[in-house]
Design a protein around this ligand. Structure first.
Ligand SMILES: [Zn+2]
Length: 499
């Protein structure tokens, strides 16, 4: 009995070790929101249960806020956003939740109005404004508030990506971020560097952002360059965060998410990598692979960073991705019987399966998500270009005789044959057990295009017969379709665990 217990315990521990390892690689989470105010509040929620100080910036005026992250880090303060003339209600609620005692507003009254300051004060918080005649002076005044430093960062002040990408590193080290024009450093900034007797300057961005001229005019400069914003962020990540396994990913096209995420990145010691909304730039991909970043926190909703990018991150991080192929669709209804249509049934089962997999942090690519017909070639192409770990095509069966019934799973020996066979066996086993259907077995002799031409482990599942009255009735029941999805899910998981 005792021996059994110890043995079981060992198996359980081993299972959790494997399970946890599998979930760390390619683990992605998303801090989303309906708009940038909401994203900022959700960033605050994920990093702070309470905060004495909060930083507030205008939701559109990145210029004032570019240098704010090191200040925010110093005060362990989240950065929230507001409209210029009214304190945005999401932000107001978050200040209350954080139980903040003081607010630092960055920017002049043209950026965050006195009216907003009054609204803040009415919440019972003290308000301090850091402003300046222009963005350069605002940055200088933020730097003064952070305190004298012998090392400073100098970034291009007329765009946002470089300053935000360096923010986590600058913040953690207490280096203020100063701003410059491309070809000439503003006099006020020059004065500050001189007065502080700065001994080292980190220049962020290529010469298109910060010219040689500026480079040569500051003490002991060191440049972290790059040919575009993605490469600059990638180079920062490689230089300062290569020992980390986690990274924050934000859109490089708008500033808000990266700004509000920058202090969270600093707090959690993660780099910020930038992406476009629908594909990961090569510079970012290379940084992920070269530094071995395995898990990612995505900032922003799917409009900012798409589900496709999230899936690609999972693949790059070494996570597992499954292509789900709901059979037929659009002009091709597939089989039908007793009022049930295959294309509708299999899309429903596929979406249930997708949900299970996504909830367990697997990456999922769908060949279709609505009533359209991707050609078989398109489905195969998606699978072969996906870098995914498995392909599951979902169908229901039909035969001329209504007596034919049961569950069957097909695989093909052309590519990845032993894996395809194992995947088919695991799914088939689970389906038959869960649905109580007749076991027609696994079949490796059919040359269906989507399992023959796909180069990754691939199967085609025939859940039950829509041409059989009993099974058509079962298929019409959402609870039955959920059971089918759960069974396919379990089969996929068991397959991965046996590999
Ligand atoms: Zn079919």
């Amino acid at each position: 009995m005792k021996k059994f217990f110890v043995g079981s315990l060992f198996v359980i521990i081993l299972y959790f070790m494997l399970f946890n390892q599998a979930s760390a690689e390619g683990y992605t989470s998303r801090i989303g929101g309906e708009d940038r105010f909401d994203v900022a509040a959700n960033v605050a929620k994920s990093g702070w249960s309470s905060a004495n100080t909060v930083i507030i910036a205008n939701y559109k005026a990145y210029a004032d806020a570019l240098a704010a992250a090191p200040l925010a880090y110093k005060y362990d303060a989240p950065i929230l956003l507001t409209q210029p003339n009214v304190l945005t209600s999401t932000t107001k609620n978050e200040i209350v939740r954080l139980n903040a005692k003081s607010v630092i507003v960055v920017g002049g009254s043209g950026s965050v109005s006195d009216q907003v300051v009054s609204q803040l004060k009415s919440l019972g918080v003290s308000v301090e404004r850091i402003s300046g005649n222009n963005r350069f002076e605002v940055a200088n005044n933020i730097a003064m508030k952070i305190g004298k430093s012998s090392k400073v960062v100098l970034a291009y002040g007329l765009n946002f990506p470089d300053a935000l990408a360096i923010a986590p590193y600058a913040a953690r080290n207490g280096f203020p971020i100063l701003l410059t024009n491309n070809d000439a450093i503003p006099q006020s900034t020059k004065n500050l560097v001189h007065n502080w007797n700065v001994s080292q300057t980190i220049i962020v961005g290529g010469e298109g952002s910060v010219s040689k001229n500026v480079f040569n005019s500051v003490p002991n400069p060191h440049r972290i360059g790059g040919k575009n914003r993605f490469e600059v962020a990638a180079n920062i990540a490689s230089k300062y965060f290569s020992t980390q396994s986690e990274s924050i990913v934000a859109t490089g096209m708008t500033f808000a998410d990266a700004l509000t995420g920058s202090v969270l990145a600093a707090k959690t010691n993660k780099p910020i990598l930038l992406t476009s909304s629908t594909s990961i730039p090569n510079e970012t991909k290379n940084a992920i692979m070269n530094n071995g970043f395995e898990s990612f926190t995505i900032l922003g909703g799917i409009g900012s960073v798409s589900t496709g990018v999230a899936n690609d991150l999972k693949v790059l991080g070494g996570g597992l991705v499954i292509v789900i192929d709901p059979g037929h669709g659009g002009s091709d209804p597939g089989a039908s019987g007793y009022g049930e249509v295959e294309k509708e049934l299999v899309l429903d089962i596929s979406k249930r399966l997708e949900k299970r997999l996504v909830n367990s942090n697997y990456g999922v690519l769908m060949t279709r998500t609505d009533d359209t017909y991707p050609t078989l070639d398109e489905r195969v192409k998606l699978a072969n270009e996906s870098g995914a770990n498995a392909f599951v095509s979902i169908h229901v069966n039909a035969f001329t005789s209504s007596s034919a019934h049961g569950t069957e799973t097909f695989w093909n020996a052309t590519n990845a044959s032993s894996d395809s066979k194992l995947l088919a066996e695991e799914i088939q086993k689970q389906l038959v057990a869960a649905l109580g259907t007749y076991n027609r077995g696994v079949n490796g002799k059919q040359g269906f295009k989507v399992i023959k031409d796909t180069e990754i482990p691939s199967v085609l599942v025939e859940v039950a017969f829509v041409s059989n009255p009993n099974e058509a009735q079962l298929l019409s029941d959402p609870a039955f379709r959920q059971k089918a999805a759960d069974a396919i899910y379990n089969g996929i998981i068991n397959y991965f665990n046996k590999q």
